[in-house]
Design a protein around this ligand. Structure first.
Ligand SMILES: Nc1ncnc2c1ncn2[C@@H]1O[C@H](COP(=O)(O)OP(=O)(O)OP(=O)(O)O)[C@@H](O)[C@H]1O
Ligand SMILES: [Mg+2]
Length: 484
């Protein structure tokens, strides 16, 4: 009896202890006491370590700017710990609605790298400003060099994102733009690239979009992989589908996603093969090189002396070591079935993306972005129209919605009418295209990436094959990064 009552007592005490520990923890977290305790612990820990200090002054002793200071500044201002710090300044950025965080003079900011704690001090007391890096002596040998490389890489990436993108178009070789000063400025003229299209604003199958995104991200990280294979670090995309389905918008979205400049080649302004080669040599790395409507050029064979082999060499990108740097090549076509299989083989085209006419799912995406409507009583009627095979291009659909954006009801009624009239005819066109692609027998070389939503099972199998290859490549890249 006594044993029972004493074990009941112990249980009660344990329960009370657990409850009070829980309450104390909740109290600590709510009041920030836990943070104060952590800070005290770090302070105590700091007393037992020897540190090494590195100073990064803004100017050297000859008053020349120290570029590393700027890199460190960009890096520190991008750290998540800036947002978490006890105190920091909020300032307007370059764009009027941008708010940026700025370090205060003499502010300390923490960072972690390879499990080591690092601190930076924004020293503005002397005649020139400096950042002061403090790391434990025991960590120095292990992390200093990789940490400095890491700062370089992150700040370069931030610079690339901040940079104003440009759209380049080619001038005609003997044309008036090549006279006088124009000649010195080379074969390209450029304007700021401000196309607002992003991968988010493009209506396409979500899964397909994510795969393209992952493919681009993988490409950007694969420098060593391509170099090891001895291949030019480039990736080629073919965007094909009827007019107004978003191919050009998608190119802009890719460029915005990657923060790459766009070089658009107008083949009608190219005089011969060597002219095309010169143009390629004058492009810079980190760019998207675009040839629109390549099918039209290949099928119509215009009078210029640009040959098929000149185009194939251009697509291979092996013309010069200039192309060892990251370049995305994009070609657009309305149809690819009559195109020479040599043009479409992997290496020349790595990824095929089909842009179909609107289906019910992309209609809903457009209705949501253009009309702000995610559901509506007319949706079932629209869906029914799609089920009968009626189709419109996203461009046509979007035009009706934008023109009637103040009245979603009217916009949807007009969409239904258009599907009944134009869309019926388009349906048969669309079907021809789909059937055609499903009957298209690719060469064995065409088995790399074919990103398409409604192709036949054969295409799906090739797609699976591509992604098997891709996952194999990603694991290769991952292991390469671990090694590097
Ligand atoms: N999938 C889509 N998602 C969002 N908007 C689209 C889509 N397709 C077309 N649009 C809209 O339609 C307009 C025309 O599209 P775009 O020029 O990209 O089509 P395209 O396929 O390049 O046509 P073309 O073959 O005639 O050059 C764009 O302004 C864009 O806003
Ligand atoms: Mg286009």
């Amino acid at each position: 009896m006594r044993i029972l009552s004493s074990s009941g007592g112990i249980l009660l005490v344990m329960l009370a202890a657990a409850l009070s520990a829980f309450l104390l923890r909740a109290l600590f977290y709510r009041t920030g006491c836990i943070y104060a305790v952590k800070k005290l612990w770090w302070w105590l820990e700091d007393r037992f370590h020897a540190y090494q200090i590195f100073k990064v002054p803004e100017f050297n002793d000859r008053l020349q700017e120290n570029l590393f200071y700027r890199k460190v500044s960009a890096y520190l201002h991008s750290l998540p710990s800036m947002e978490d710090s006890d105190f920091t300044n909020l300032l307007t950025g370059r764009k009027h609605n941008d708010i940026v965080l700025r370090l205060d003079p003499n502010q300390v900011i923490g960072d972690t790298f390879l499990d080591a704690r690092i601190s930076w001090f924004n020293d503005e007391t002397g005649p020139t400003r400096s950042f002061v890096l403090k790391i434990r002596k025991s960590d120095k040998r292990r992390i200093l060099r990789p940490y400095l490389n890491h700062i370089h890489a992150v700040s370069d990436e931030l610079d690339q994102k901040k940079r104003e993108l440009r759209l380049f178009v080619n001038k005609e070789r003997g044309g008036p733009e090549m006279l006088g000063l124009g000649r010195l400025r080379g074969r390209w003229r450029s304007v700021p690239f401000t196309h607002p299209s992003t991968l988010e604003t493009i209506a396409m199958d979500a899964d397909l979009k994510n795969r393209v995104k992952a493919d681009l991200e993988l490409f950007v990280k694969s420098k060593q992989y391509y170099h090891r294979l001895g291949r030019a670090w480039k990736r080629s995309f073919l965007l094909y589908g009827p007019s107004g389905t978003g191919k050009s918008s998608f190119i802009a979205a890719m460029a915005n996603f990657l923060s790459y400049d766009v070089y658009e080649i107008d083949l009608s302004r190219i005089s011969d093969d060597s002219d095309l080669r010169t143009l390629l040599l004058e492009t810079t790395s980190r760019s998207v090189i675009v040839i629109e409507d390549l099918d039209r050029f290949l099928l119509e064979k215009p009078s210029s002396s640009l040959s098929l082999s000149g185009i194939l060499n251009f697509m291979d990108g092996i013309l010069n070591s200039c192309c060892a740097d990251e370049r995305i090549m994009v070609y657009t076509m309305n149809r690819k079935d009559q195109i020479d299989s040599a043009v479409l083989r992997p290496g020349r085209i790595d990824v095929h993306i089909h842009f179909p006419l609107c289906d019910f799912s992309s209609f809903k995406t457009l209705a949501s972005s253009c009309l702000g409507v995610t559901d509506h009583k007319l949706f079932p009627q629209v869906e029914e129209m799609f089920q009968t095979g009626a189709r419109l291009s996203p461009a046509e659909m979007e035009e009706l919605m934008i023109a009637n954006r103040n009245s979603p009801n009217r916009a949807l009624k007009l969409v239904i009418t258009a599907l009944k009239t134009d869309g019926g005819g388009r349906a048969s066109l669309g079907k021809v295209a789909v059937n055609h692609f499903s009957h298209y027998t690719p060469s064995s070389a065409d088995s790399d990436g074919i990103f398409s939503k409604d192709n036949a099972i054969k295409d799906l199998k090739r797609l699976c094959g591509f992604f098997r290859m891709k996952s194999c490549r990603s694991s290769l890249d991952a292991s390469e990064q671990n090694v590097g």
